[in-house]
Structures are given as structure tokens and as C-alpha cells.
Design a binder for this molecule. Structure first.
Ligand code: HEC
Ligand code: HEC
Ligand code: HEC
Ligand code: HEC
Ligand code: HEC
Ligand code: HEC
Ligand code: HEC
Ligand code: HEC
Ligand code: HEC
Length: 358
């Protein structure tokens, strides 16, 4: 990230300063560095007794944690006054606030000037939709903090910790799933965290078909990746076999124009579960033989007996599995080229006769 990318006004500001200065061409002496400025502010704001009083009678401390700020990603790069424009003036201009909510709301716009892309994504997400109606959904500062901002995805388990402060039930279920256990183990980078499936800022309504029909792509991204699946001995054909099947075929046809929340077909999570995905052969697995019929019955209520056997699962047909399907396919592999080849030959012969007999 270049300095000017984050401070686009800096270039214009410098230019303006050069022309405004009485001695042409001589820029003004450099402002204090962000770290120097912070030192000045902390001179007062490190004091635990510094407070602000609101019209509704409540108070709030104005103490800023020096250590937390010194360890943040912004320290030395972003000046206090870049997030708090107008506060370089000492004493600060008089400002009065009705309540703590009003006081904080003003400052919470600070992030968007530099992180405009994250901000505009956030505007498209479910949290913004709830927060702007006054709901308890998070804004930037709830997930990242204001002064103690540190890399949000390091270590990787930090992501689900962030989300779990509010979605503790989901996070608990997830923690005992095959993916959650992987995250807690020695290879956390292989595991999907909340934001791999939901994204971090433009989180979509998870009940919408548009979201659900895109999930096979998310799962498939890892589950078709040889490198990632090798250590676990898992098949990388689960995506291609799903897509070749009726459910997958319908999903890929319906995905581009999906709307509403009416189920049009089964996606990976309908059979495997969502936050509670297990190994396929462990007790409680929704796809193990004993439970599979029940899983199909969610949508095929009349299914009975060996209904699941009517479907090939993730297996590609072979002589051992589904020999009839395999042999039929093999037959067509030979038969179709043979028929088409014959047709072409016949046409050529006709053509030759017409030309020669003229
Ligand atoms: C001389 C002491 C002093 C210094 C230096 C100082 N402040 Fe303050 N600051 C205060 C006091 C006192 C208040 C409470 C004002 C009030 O009650 O309205 C305050 C309030 C604030 C607030 C709360 C918001 C608001 O509207 O009241 C912010 C943000 C702030 N200061 C930022 C800064 C920044 C950034 C710097 C450095 C550039 C800085 N301050 C330097 C004393 C100081
Ligand atoms: C990356 C942007 C950013 C930087 C840098 C930053 N602040 Fe803040 N600050 C905020 C935001 C956002 C809030 C509102 C927090 C909230 O709503 O809880 C805030 C809140 C405050 C408050 C009100 C009390 C509080 O902690 O909520 C004070 C005082 C303050 N900042 C002073 C400072 C000082 C002094 C510095 C530099 C040492 C500084 N800030 C650096 C974004 C920033
Ligand atoms: C004046 C510009 C500016 C403002 C305002 C600002 N940031 Fe930043 N932010 C930066 C810069 C520059 C970096 C990159 C630091 C680095 O790469 O070392 C950064 C880095 C970050 C990162 C870490 C990115 C990563 O890849 O690890 C997060 C998270 C972040 N900012 C959140 C916030 C939040 C939350 C706010 C509002 C409270 C905010 N920023 C306000 C300039 C800004
Ligand atoms: C619901 C919690 C949440 C909210 C709200 C949120 N973020 Fe994030 N943000 C995250 C998480 C988690 C990551 C890390 C994603 C990862 O590594 O998979 C992240 C990543 C980032 C990054 C670094 C990498 C990137 O994607 O660019 C920046 C900068 C950032 N957020 C800024 C913001 C700003 C600005 C806002 C407010 C408009 C905001 N975030 C709102 C959770 C949140
Ligand atoms: C400060 C609390 C808070 C944090 C932190 C938080 N959320 Fe939320 N989230 C909410 C609220 C409130 C709603 C809207 C009400 C609801 O549907 O539960 C919501 C809604 C959602 C929804 C839509 C739920 C639905 O049924 O429509 C998803 C998905 C979601 N959050 C994912 C996340 C992820 C992923 C993270 C972490 C990156 C996260 N949330 C962090 C409070 C939070
Ligand atoms: C492997 C992908 C995946 C991961 C990882 C994941 N989710 Fe989900 N999540 C989904 C899907 C798919 C749905 C929609 C399920 C449905 O209703 O059919 C969903 C639904 C939700 C919902 C709304 C419905 C509900 O169950 O309450 C919330 C909230 C949510 N997820 C939060 C989280 C949080 C927090 C994490 C991390 C601890 C997380 N998710 C991890 C895929 C995932
Ligand atoms: C109609 C139900 C159904 C759907 C849809 C489905 N699966 Fe499966 N899946 C199963 C069953 C049953 C098994 C266990 C038998 C087997 O291995 O084929 C299984 C096995 C697996 C396995 C274990 C493979 C191994 O090597 O042991 C993975 C991983 C998997 N599925 C991922 C996916 C992904 C990713 C998707 C979506 C692209 C998906 N599944 C869609 C029913 C389904
Ligand atoms: C970030 C990569 C990633 C994503 C995304 C992902 N998975 Fe996984 N998944 C894994 C890894 C790695 C394992 C192996 C874990 C282990 O065995 O400890 C696994 C294990 C599984 C298993 C257990 C297989 C067995 O029998 O051992 C199933 C079932 C599964 N995933 C289904 C899904 C579904 C469904 C989705 C999408 C909703 C999904 N996964 C998304 C990486 C991922
Ligand atoms: C989330 C709902 C859902 C689940 C769970 C589900 N299916 Fe389906 N299935 C559908 C829908 C909708 C169709 C019709 C559209 C299509 O072909 O995708 C269908 C079509 C089929 C067909 C094609 C013939 C027909 O009836 O149209 C078979 C066979 C089938 N499913 C078998 C299974 C089996 C076996 C399972 C359990 C392992 C299962 N399904 C689980 C929703 C589901």
C-alpha cells in the first residue's frame, strides 16, 4: 500500500501548499510525524481521570491505551488526527453530545476515508442493514477495535473468535465440526473459517438461494484441490461428481438467476450439514448409511427403503460400483462415434458418386 493511496489528499495538499506559500516553491516545514503527534495527544489522553460528560448525565473515559495503540497496525503510519480531524487544536473546540451513542457515532465514520473498498463492501452486507436500523450488529470498530487494530486473520482462529462474541451458538457448533477441530489442530491454514464461507464485510443472507447455490463453489475450492486434500486422503472428485449429477446440474443452471428462498435442489450442505459437518463415517454423520435415507427424506418425503441406492453418491461409475451404468457409458463411448463415423462415411460416398457420375 503506498502512502498516496491512503492519503490521496496529500498530493493535492502539497501542491496547494507550494502555491500558497509566500516564498514560491518552498514547501512548509514538515508536520510532526504520526508518532510524534501521538506522543503529544497521549500527554493528556493517557491520564485515567480524563472524562467527557453527556447531556443525558452519563460520562465516558477519554483514556487511550498507549501500549495497545503502539502495537496496532496504524502506529507510526496513521496520525491520531487523521481519524480525529480537527482535534489538533488545543484546547479542542467545544462540542456537546446528547449521549454516548451520539458521541461514538461521529467517530465511527473514521475508517471509510482510507479503507473505502472494505467500507463499500460492508454497506452491502447483512450487518450494515441491521446496524443502520439501530440493531446490535457490528460496525468496523466492534470487530477491529478503534485503537488496538491488529491483523484480523492472524492467527487464523482469530476470525471465529471475533464472530463468536455475538454468534456463540454457531461458533460452538462449528468448533466441534470436522472443520473446527482442524482449525484447533496443527494445520489451521487448511480449515475453512467463518469468513471463507460468509466473507468478512459483504456478508449475504445465508438463507437466500443466491447464497446457497454458490456454496458448492466455496466447498469445491478446497475439496477439488489436490494439494489441500492429500494429507487427509480425501477424494477430490466430490465436486465434479456432484456437478455431473441431477442435483449439481440443477444448481449450476439455477445459480445465475436465483432469487428468494425456495429450495430448487440439494447443495453440499443439505446432505453434509453446515456448521456441524462431520467425517462421513463418524457417528452422527448425516451421510453414513444408517442416516442417509433420513437426509434424503428432508426433500423426498416419499423416499423409502433403498432410495439412496438410486443415486451414485460421489462415485464415478466403475466395474465394481454401478457396473450397469459403467458398461452402458462404455457402450455409448464406442457406439456413438461408430454411428456418427458411419453417417459421415455414407455422406462422403454419396458425394463422391454424384461427382464421379456427372
Ligand atoms: C491539553 C490536554 C489535551 C491534549 C494535548 C489533547 N487533548 Fe483531546 N481532549 C482533552 C480534553 C480535556 C477532552 C474532553 C473535552 C470535552 O469534555 O469536551 C478531550 C477530548 C478529546 C476527544 C473526544 C471527542 C470529543 O468530541 O470530545 C478526542 C477524540 C480527542 N480529545 C483527541 C485528541 C487528539 C487526536 C489529540 C492530539 C492531536 C488530543 N486530543 C490532544 C484534552 C487534550
Ligand atoms: C484508525 C483510526 C484512529 C486512530 C489512529 C486513533 N483513533 Fe481515537 N478513536 C477512533 C474511533 C473510531 C473511536 C470511537 C471508538 C468507539 O466508538 O468505541 C475513537 C475514540 C477515541 C476517543 C474517545 C474515547 C474512546 O477511547 O473511545 C479518544 C479520546 C481518542 N479516540 C483519542 C485518540 C488519540 C489520542 C489517538 C492517538 C494516540 C487516537 N485516538 C488514534 C479512531 C482512531
Ligand atoms: C488515514 C488512513 C487510515 C485510516 C483513517 C484508517 N486506516 Fe486502517 N490502515 C491504514 C494503513 C496505511 C494500513 C496499513 C498498515 C500496514 O500495512 O502496515 C492500515 C491497516 C489496517 C488493517 C490491517 C490490514 C491487514 O491487512 O492486516 C486493519 C484491520 C485496519 N487498517 C482497520 C482500520 C479501522 C477499523 C479503521 C477505523 C477505526 C481504520 N483502519 C482507519 C490507514 C488507515
Ligand atoms: C463482522 C466483523 C467485521 C466488521 C463489521 C468489519 N470487519 Fe474488517 N475484517 C473482519 C475480518 C474477520 C477480517 C479478516 C478476514 C480474513 O482474514 O479472512 C477483516 C479484514 C479487514 C481488513 C484487512 C484485509 C481486507 O480485507 O482488506 C481491513 C482493512 C478491514 N477489515 C477494515 C474494515 C472496515 C473499514 C470496516 C468497516 C467499514 C470493517 N472492516 C468491518 C471483520 C470485520
Ligand atoms: C457485535 C455482534 C456481532 C458480531 C461481532 C458479528 N455479528 Fe453477525 N450478526 C449480528 C447481528 C445482531 C445480526 C442480525 C440478527 C441476526 O440475524 O442474528 C447478525 C447477522 C449475521 C448473519 C445473518 C444471519 C441470518 O440469519 O440472517 C451472518 C451470516 C453473520 N451475522 C455472520 C457473522 C460473521 C461471519 C461474523 C464474524 C466475521 C459476525 N457475524 C460477527 C451480530 C454480530
Ligand atoms: C463451510 C462453510 C461455513 C463456515 C465455515 C461457516 N458457515 Fe455459517 N453458514 C454457512 C451456510 C451454508 C449457511 C446457511 C445454512 C442454511 O440455513 O441452509 C450458514 C448460516 C449461518 C448463520 C445463519 C443461520 C444460523 O445457523 O444461525 C450464521 C449466523 C452463521 N452461519 C455464522 C457463522 C459463523 C459465526 C461462523 C464461524 C464460527 C460460520 N458461520 C462458519 C456456511 C458456513
Ligand atoms: C445428495 C447428498 C450429497 C450431496 C449433495 C453432496 N454429498 Fe458429499 N457425500 C455424500 C455421501 C452419501 C457421502 C459418503 C459416501 C461417499 O463417499 O460417496 C459423501 C462423501 C463426501 C466426502 C468424503 C469423501 C471421501 O473421500 O471420503 C466429502 C469431502 C464430500 N462428500 C464433500 C461434498 C461436497 C464438497 C459437496 C458439494 C460440492 C457434496 N459433498 C455434495 C452425500 C452428498
Ligand atoms: C478452506 C478449505 C475448505 C473449505 C472451504 C471446506 N472444506 Fe471441508 N474439509 C477441509 C479439510 C482440509 C478437511 C479434512 C479435515 C480432516 O480430516 O481433519 C475437510 C473435511 C470435510 C469433510 C469430512 C470428510 C471425511 O470424511 O473426513 C466433509 C464432509 C467436508 N469437509 C465437507 C465440506 C463442505 C460441505 C464444505 C462447504 C460448505 C466444505 N467442506 C468446505 C477443507 C475445506
Ligand atoms: C435439499 C433438498 C434435497 C435433498 C436433501 C435431496 N434431494 Fe434429491 N432432489 C431435490 C430436488 C429439488 C430434485 C429435483 C431437481 C433436481 O433434479 O435437482 C431432486 C432430484 C433427485 C433425483 C432425480 C429424480 C427426481 O426425483 O427428480 C434423485 C434420484 C434424487 N434427487 C435423489 C436424492 C438422494 C438419494 C438424496 C439423499 C442422499 C437426495 N436426493 C437428497 C432435492 C433434494
Amino acid at each position: 500500500m503506498s502512502l498516496l493511496q491512503h492519503r490521496p489528499w496529500l498530493a493535492t495538499g502539497l501542491l496547494a501548499a507550494m502555491f500558497a506559500a509566500p516564498s514560491y516553491g518552498l514547501p512548509e516545514p514538515p508536520k510532526e510525524s504520526p508518532a510524534e503527534e501521538a506522543e503529544g495527544c497521549l500527554g493528556c489522553h493517557e491520564d485515567p481521570s480524563i472524562e467527557v460528560a453527556f447531556a443525558d448525565g452519563t460520562r465516558r473515559t477519554l483514556q487511550v491505551d498507549r501500549n495497545a495503540f503502539a502495537q496496532s497496525v496504524h502506529f507510526g503510519k496513521v496520525a491520531c488526527s487523521e481519524c480525529h480531524p480537527g482535534f489538533q487544536e488545543i484546547p479542542h473546540p467545544e462540542r456537546r453530545y446528547a449521549s454516548e451513542d451520539e458521541f461514538r457515532a461521529g467517530m465511527r465514520q473514521a475508517c471509510q476515508t482510507c479503507h473505502f473498498q472494505d467500507y463499500s463492501r460492508y454497506m452491502d452486507g447483512v450487518h450494515h442493514a441491521v446496524a443502520k436500523e439501530g440493531g446490535a450488529a457490528p460496525t468496523c470498530v466492534d470487530c477491529h477495535d478503534a485503537h488496538a487494530v491488529t491483523p484480523p486473520g492472524k492467527p487464523r482462529s482469530r476470525v471465529s473468535d471475533t464472530c463468536s462474541t455475538c454468534h456463540s451458538d454457531v461458533a460452538e457448533t462449528y468448533a466441534s465440526s470436522v472443520h473446527g477441530r482442524l482449525l484447533a489442530g496443527p494445520r489451521p491454514d487448511d480449515a475453512p473459517v467463518c469468513t471463507d464461507c460468509h466473507r468478512s464485510h459483504d456478508i449475504q443472507d445465508p438463507k437466500s438461494q443466491a447464497f446457497l447455490l454458490r456454496t458448492p463453489e466455496t466447498c469445491g475450492g478446497c475439496h477439488s484441490d489436490n494439494q489441500r486434500m492429500k494429507p487427509y486422503g480425501l477424494s477430490t472428485k466430490v465436486m465434479s461428481t456432484y456437478l455431473a449429477d441431477f442435483h449439481g446440474m440443477t444448481a449450476s443452471l439455477a445459480a445465475p438467476h436465483a432469487e428468494g428462498s425456495t429450495r430448487v435442489t440439494a447443495v453440499c450442505v443439505d446432505c453434509h450439514g453446515v456448521h456441524d459437518i462431520t467425517k462421513v463415517d463418524e457417528p452422527g454423520s448425516k451421510v453414513m448409511k444408517e442416516n442417509l435415507l433420513k437426509t434424503c427424506q428432508q426433500c423426498h418425503p416419499d423416499a423409502a427403503g433403498d432410495f439412496p441406492a438410486a443415486w451414485l453418491s460421489h462415485f464415478e461409475p466403475s466395474l465394481e460400483r454401478a457396473p450397469l451404468v459403467y458398461l452402458t457409458r462404455q457402450f455409448y463411448v464406442i457406439f456413438i462415434p461408430f454411428v456418427i463415423g458411419g453417417l459421415v462415411l455414407q455422406i462422403l460416398l454419396h458425394f463422391w458418386r454424384v461427382v464421379v457420375n456427372r
